[in-house]
Design a protein around this ligand. Structure first.
Ligand code: GRF
Length: 237
């Protein structure tokens, strides 16, 4: 959501209305849980109005129900085409008057008409430092490539998969003993910090997409001098 649209969300008395989120899931929903927990904080500038899963058995549905959030299952298998499924999703989101859609482990590729319709109101979290390691099995591929630093990215969604203006990233060191599972666990922990933070920046109207890149107003940059270096140089003998 661009800053201008978001400004129109201010209430008549000048107070910021809470951004209405939909979270789309297919699985365990730990990122959904991080958003639920953030929304439970009194000052958080967004709330979740709807959780949609394309699978009946997504464990994340129970997390939403536990938090009294409306859930809807829209099974992709019930539709003859991708576009018919996308259309049903779009209708559900429009009916709920959603401001921002957060993909959180949603394992369906959304078609260009859907993505274009929701442009800059549709974000995703990806378990890699984009534009590296788009697609699946990011941690396995990061280990195979021998990278020293891995991480996660929150970005606006565009028609190509895992492409789109980058909003925020978090980095972790890759350790010599890392397995796919241990690296995934360390990155996921950062995802749970990063996603609510990125949503808050959007909800506060601090995020604008300018010439295909994100500009953030009034946010500090992370460690400017103290870089994450891996490995750390050993002390000189
Ligand atoms: C996360 O690693 C996310 O980055 C990726 O899918 C995974 C979803 O995990 N897009 P969860 O369902 O939020 O636990």
């Amino acid at each position: 959501m661009g800053k201008r649209e978001n400004d129109s969300k201010r209430g008549r008395n000048g107070s910021e209305a809470q951004l209405k989120l939909a979270v789309l899931i297919s699985g365990s929903g730990t990122n959904l849980q991080a958003l639920i927990d953030a929304c439970a904080e009194p000052d958080y500038p967004a709330r979740i109005s709807l959780v949609i899963s394309n699978k009946d058995d997504a464990a994340g549905l129970a997390r939403a129900e536990q938090a009294d959030i409306r859930t809807q299952v829209i099974r992709h298998t019930d539709f003859a085409s991708r576009s018919a499924f996308d259309q049903a999703l779009s209708e559900a989101l429009a009916a709920a008057d959603i401001d921002l859609i957060c993909l959180a482990g949603f394992m369906r590729v959304l078609g260009a008409p859907f993505v274009d319709h929701w442009q800059d109101r549709l974000i995703n979290i990806h378990p890699a430092l984009l534009p590296a390691f788009k697609g699946l099995h990011t941690h396995k591929r990061a280990l195979e490539a021998g990278v020293r630093i891995a991480g996660c990215t929150v970005h606006y969604v565009r028609a190509d998969v895992d492409v789109g203006p980058i909003i925020a990233q978090a980095a972790v060191s890759v350790l010599p003993e890392d397995t796919e599972a241990s690296l995934a666990k360390r990155v996921l922990k950062q995802e749970h910090r990063l996603y609510p933070m990125a949503v808050a920046l959007i909800a506060q109207g601090q995020v604008a997409v300018v010439d295909g890149r994100v500009r953030i107003a009034g946010a500090e940059s992370g460690a400017t001098e103290a870089a994450l270096i891996n490995p750390l140089p050993s002390p000189t003998k």
